[in-house]
Each structure stands twice: as structure tokens, then as C-alpha cells.
Write a protein of this length. Structure first.
Length: 226
């Protein structure tokens, strides 16, 4: 008997249970067939649900990274504006007070430091530029909006990743149950009809591959893991 490994792609498990269930049904073992098919269907449902959770994760990642980029664009724009005000602006106040550690202090901040760094940029702009300055009039509000978008996306990502983790746990449990069901089927038939009979209900990859090469039968239970 050759069963998919526990860490294989769930489709391999559903194919295995479907194959064995059909063999059982053809042999008149309706109860075993029904239980085995149900175990496989559960794996398929949990597997598809787990795959579906990836959409929310990718959406949230795109939103978070986009918000991060938007904040970086604001920081670069502020720097460009201040530098362009004079030939020596980069070495003078207020530039050196706002970009005291250089532009990367903001644009290369870790995700955990993103909010605090950009709040600091906003605070430095307010502290070191007059109220009438065009940068002070626009940048802090843009930064506030960007931080809000970043935080919202981070929250969505956290929820999506937790949902994906729960879905994966459900899939793993269904997979273990299905594999255990196949083992129980094998044991029950072997106890009643012998090992050779039990083996006949399970596809052998070597035999199936050989038949596939001859054009007689494709492999009903692929073994490669994903």
C-alpha cells in the first residue's frame, strides 16, 4: 500500500480517497466506501478553503506595501522641495533638523518602525518650518493619511494571516483523518480477506506508471509533493 505523505498537496489525498472509495463500492463494501469518500471530500473542502484565504493575504500585502511606498514618496518630495530652496540648503537648517539622519531614516525604516518614523517626520516638519511654509501646509496631512492607510492594511494583513493559519490547521486535521481512514480500510480488508486483497484496493504508482506508458491507464494517485 502506498499512501500520500501527510505534507503532500491536498489534491493527492483527495485523489487517493476517491480511487479507494470507488474500488470499495465496486466490491460491494458500501459503508467503507461512503466513509472513505466523506473523508476525501472533507480534505477537498478544507483545501479549497485554505487556498481561498490567499486572496485576502495578497490584497492586504499589496495595500500595505502601497501605503509604505506612498509615505516614502512624501518623504522624498519633502526632501526635494527643501533641497531646491538654495544651493546650500542640504547643509543648513531647517533641512538638517528634519532630515537629521538622512532620507533613509524614513524610507528604509523597518515595518515595525514605519508609523513612528513618519510621525516623527511630521513632527519635525511642524517644529522646524513656519506655518506659512508650503511643505508644512501639505506634508503633515498627507503623512497622517498615509499612516492611517498603512495601519489599516497592517490590521487587514494580520487578520488575513490568522485566518489562513486557522484554515491550514483545519486542512491538516482533515488530511490526517483521511490518511487514517485509508489505513483503517487497509487493515479491515486485510483482516477479512488477506494482504493481497487489501493491496488491490490501493493504486501502486509503479504499476500505474507502467500502464500509463502503455496507454492503458494513467496514474490515479500522483505522488509528487508540492
Amino acid at each position: 500500500m502506498q499512501l500520500p505523505k501527510e505534507n503532500t498537496h491536498f489534491s493527492n489525498v483527495t485523489r487517493a480517497t476517491r480511487y479507494v472509495s470507488r474500488r470499495l463500492r465496486r466490491a460491494g463494501k458500501a459503508a467503507l466506501a461512503k466513509d472513505t469518500l466523506a473523508a476525501g471530500v472533507a480534505v477537498r473542502e478544507k483545501g479549497r478553503a485554505w487556498e481561498d484565504t490567499e486572496d485576502a493575504v495578497q490584497d492586504a500585502l499589496a495595500d500595505r506595501d502601497g501605503a509604505d511606498d506612498d509615505l516614502d514618496i512624501i518623504a522624498r518630495s519633502v526632501r526635494t522641495t527643501l533641497v531646491g530652496r538654495s544651493l546650500t540648503a542640504v547643509n543648513e537648517e531647517p533641512f538638517i533638523l528634519i532630515f537629521h539622519e538622512g532620507l533613509p531614516y524614513y524610507t528604509a525604516a523597518t515595518l515595525d518602525d514605519e508609523e513612528s518614523r513618519y510621525n516623527e517626520l511630521s513632527e519635525r516638519i511642524v517644529a522646524h518650518l513656519p506655518a506659512s511654509d508650503s511643505v508644512r501646509k501639505t506634508a503633515p496631512a498627507s503623512i497622517k493619511k498615509g499612516i492611517a492607510a498603512f495601519k489599516a492594511a497592517e490590521s487587514d494583513l494580520d487578520k488575513a494571516e490568522r485566518a489562513r493559519g486557522i484554515a491550514r490547521t483545519d486542512l491538516d486535521r482533515a488530511t490526517r483523518n483521511a490518511l487514517r481512514q485509508l489505513e483503517k480500510v487497509y487493515g479491515a480488508i486485510m483482516a477479512e480477506d488477506g494482504k493481497a486483497a487489501a493491496e488491490s484496493y490501493f493504486p501502486k504508482s509503479s504499476r500505474a506508471s507502467a500502464k500509463g506508458k502503455e496507454g492503458k491507464s494513467p496514474d490515479p494517485m500522483p505522488s509528487p509533493e508540492e
